[in-house]
Design a protein around this ligand. Structure first.
Ligand code: AMP
Length: 503
C-alpha cells in the first residue's frame, strides 16, 4: 500500500525536479524538488513531535507556499490536515480545537499570545508567518533525511474542513484520501489540465476551493501556480500574459471587469477561467465574454462533496447554470418533503452520490445520518433543477427558501428579475418575520447609476411575478455582506432587518 493521495502527486511529478511548482509575486520560486523535500521535512517534523496516523494537524495561518508543504507533510505523515479560516476569532478557534482535538496546532506568531487561552489543551503549538517563517518551518529545517510516506488507503481521512456554519455550529466535514484524489483526477481530465498550465491562484488556502480544487488539480497535472496572497485585480491582470488558467469566486470577475486594461489582448494567452463557490451573475458571464472573448466555466460543489458538476470544457458553457454532473457523480433533484425524484425543470432539493462525497461529519453521527439517504445520496441543502439539456441550475440554499402565506418563493427567481433592471448592480431577496404572512418577501438592492426607486422596482415586478413572490418592501444598501468566499450572507441581512415588519 502507498499513501493514496500523495501517490497521485508522485505519479505526476515533472521529470525535471527544477520545474516551478509555486511562484510568488515577490519572485520567490519553489520547484517540485522543493515540494518533495519540504513536505517530507514537515512530515518528519510532525512525526518527531509525536503525530500518529489519524491525528489531526490544525493550522490557522496566512497563505504561503509553506502552508501547502505543511498540508502535504501532514498527508504524508498519515495525519488529517485541518485548515482554519484566518478570520476566526480566538473564541471560534477554541471551539474547533476542542472539537477536533488536534495533536498539533500551527498559528501565526502574531496571534500566538491572543490564542494562548484556547490552545492550552493542544499538545504542541507551533508558528508559521506569511513569509513562511516560524517554529513550524524551523522544525522542518532540522529534518534532513528523505521521508518515507506513511501508508494510507483510499478510505483513510486526509482532511477535515469545517463548514462555514451560517446557521448553528459549524460541522467538520471528513474528507478521505480518495475523495480528494478522485476529484483531482476528474478535474484534470475534465478541464484538460497539463504540466504546461500556469494557474493564477489568488484564493485562500483554508477553503476547499483554494486548497483542493485549485492546488490538488495543479499537483495532479504537474503544472505551476502563481500564488497571490489575496485578490488583487491589477496584479492578476498583469500576470495574465504569463498564465493559462484562473480559478476564482464571482468577485474575482466583477473586480477584474472594473479594470480598464481587461480586454481580448490581455486574456489572449489564457485558456480557461473557472468560477465557483457562489453564483455567478449571468450578466457577469456575458460581460466577461464580450470583453475577453472567453466564456467563464462555472462549476458547483461544496466542502462536503468537492466538485459535483461543471459546465463543459468543449461544449456550451451556459450562463446561470453550473453544468452537468462530473463523470462518476450521480445527481438528482427530489421533493424536499416526500423525497421523491422530481421531473426535469422542477425545483427541489439537490442530492449527490459519488467518490467525491465526504465520509460524514466529525463526531456527529446523528447529523451525518440525517444528511444521507439510505441509498448513499447526500442531501446538499441546495435547491435547484435540471433542464432539458441536462444542465443543473442552483436556485439557492434550502434555508434561504421563503415561505410566505404558505407559498414557496425561491429568492433567485425574484433576484433575477430585479438584477435585469438597468441601474441595479445586484440584489438579495430574503424572508423577514411578518405577523400575517409568516415571512415577508424583502429585496435588498445595491443601486448603481440611474437606479430605479422602490416604487419603480415594485411596478416592474408586478406584471412579471405572481403577487405572492413580489417583495413587500425594497431596501437599498451600498453593498451586500459577503464572506471570504464571496457568498452573500443572507443571515446577516435577515438579522439586520429582522424588525422591518414589526416582528
Ligand atoms: P462551501 O462549502 O463553502 O464550498 O459552500 C458550498 C455552497 O456554495 C454550495 O452548497 C452552494 O450553495 C454554493 N455554491 C458553490 N458553487 C456554486 C455555484 N457555482 N453557484 C451557486 N452556488 C454555489
Amino acid at each position: 500500500m502507498t499513501n493514496h493521495l500523495f501517490a497521485l502527486v508522485r505519479e505526476n511529478l515533472p521529470a525535471d525536479p527544477d520545474k516551478t511548482f509555486i511562484e510568488t509575486p515577490e519572485g520567490r520560486r519553489y520547484s517540485y524538488g522543493d515540494l518533495l523535500l519540504r513536505s517530507g521535512a514537515y512530515a518528519a517534523a510532525l512525526v518527531a513531535l509525536g503525530v500518529k496516523p489519524g491525528d489531526r494537524v490544525a493550522a490557522q495561518v496566512e497563505k504561503s507556499a509553506e502552508v501547502v508543504f505543511l498540508y502535504l507533510g501532514a498527508v504524508r505523515a498519515g495525519a488529517v490536515f485541518l485548515p482554519l479560516n484566518t478570520a476566526y476569532t480566538p473564541a471560534e478557534i477554541g471551539y474547533f480545537l476542542g472539537d477536533a482535538e488536534p495533536a498539533v496546532f500551527v498559528c501565526d506568531p502574531a496571534r500566538q499570545e491572543a490564542l494562548a487561552a484556547v490552545t492550552q489543551a493542544v499538545p504542541r503549538v507551533l508558528t508559521l508567518d506569511s513569509a513562511g517563517r516560524g517554529s513550524a518551518s524551523e522544525a522542518a529545517d532540522r529534518e534532513t533525511e528523505a521521508f518515507t510516506d506513511v501508508e494510507r488507503g483510499p478510505e483513510d481521512l486526509a482532511a477535515i474542513l469545517y463548514t462555514s456554519g451560517t446557521t448553528g455550529r459549524s460541522k467538520g466535514a471528513m474528507l478521505s484520501h480518495d475523495n480528494l484524489a478522485s476529484n483531482a483526477r476528474t478535474l484534470v481530465e475534465y478541464w484538460r489540465f497539463t504540466a504546461d498550465d500556469v494557474l493564477i491562484h489568488a484564493l485562500p488556502v483554508f477553503h476547499t476551493h483554494g486548497l483542493f480544487v485549485a492546488t490538488n488539480t495543479v499537483l495532479a497535472s504537474g503544472g505551476t501556480m502563481l500564488f497571490l496572497p489575496r485578490l488583487d485585480s491589477k496584479l492578476i491582470l498583469s500576470l495574465m500574459g504569463r498564465a493559462t488558467a484562473m480559478m476564482g469566486v464571482p468577485t474575482f470577475y466583477t473586480r477584474l471587469l472594473k479594470e480598464p486594461g481587461l480586454d481580448r489582448a490581455a486574456a489572449a494567452g489564457m485558456r480557461l477561467f473557472v468560477s465557483g463557490s457562489a453564483p455567478l451573475l449571468a450578466e457577469t458571464h456575458r460581460e466577461w465574454q464580450a470583453r475577453t472573448g472567453h466564456a467563464i466555466l462555472e462549476r458547483y460543489g461544496m466542502t462536503e462533496t468537492n466538485m459535483s458538476t461543471s459546465n463543459p470544457y468543449a461544449g456550451d458553457r451556459v450562463a446561470g447554470t453550473v453544468g452537468m454532473p462530473l463523470p462518476g457523480v450521480a445527481l438528482r433533484v427530489v421533493d424536499p418533503e416526500s423525497g421523491k425524484a422530481l421531473p426535469q425543470d422542477e425545483v427541489g432539493m439537490i442530492e449527490v452520490r459519488g467518490p467525491n462525497v465526504f465520509k460524514g461529519y466529525w463526531r456527529m453521527p446523528e447529523k451525518t445520518a440525517a444528511e444521507f439517504k439510505a441509498d448513499g445520496f447526500f442531501i446538499t441543502g441546495d435547491l435547484g433543477k435540471v433542464d432539458s439539456r441536462g444542465y443543473v441550475h442552483i436556485v439557492g440554499r434550502g434555508k434561504d427558501l421563503i415561505i410566505t402565506g404558505g407559498f414557496n418563493v425561491y429568492p433567485k427567481e425574484v433576484e433575477t428579475e430585479i438584477d435585469a433592471l438597468p441601474g441595479v448592480v445586484e440584489s438579495a431577496v430574503i424572508g423577514l418575520p411578518h405577523a400575517d404572512f409568516g415571512e415577508g418577501v424583502t429585496a435588498v438592492v445595491v443601486p448603481g447609476e440611474g437606479a430605479p426607486d422602490e416604487a419603480a422596482i415594485l411596478a416592474h415586478l408586478e406584471g412579471r411575478l405572481a403577487k405572492f413572490k413580489c417583495p413587500k418592501r425594497v431596501l437599498f444598501a451600498p453593498e451586500l455582506p459577503r464572506n471570504a468566499m464571496g457568498k452573500v450572507q443572507k443571515n446577516v441581512l435577515r438579522e439586520t432587518h429582522a424588525g422591518l415588519y414589526g416582528g
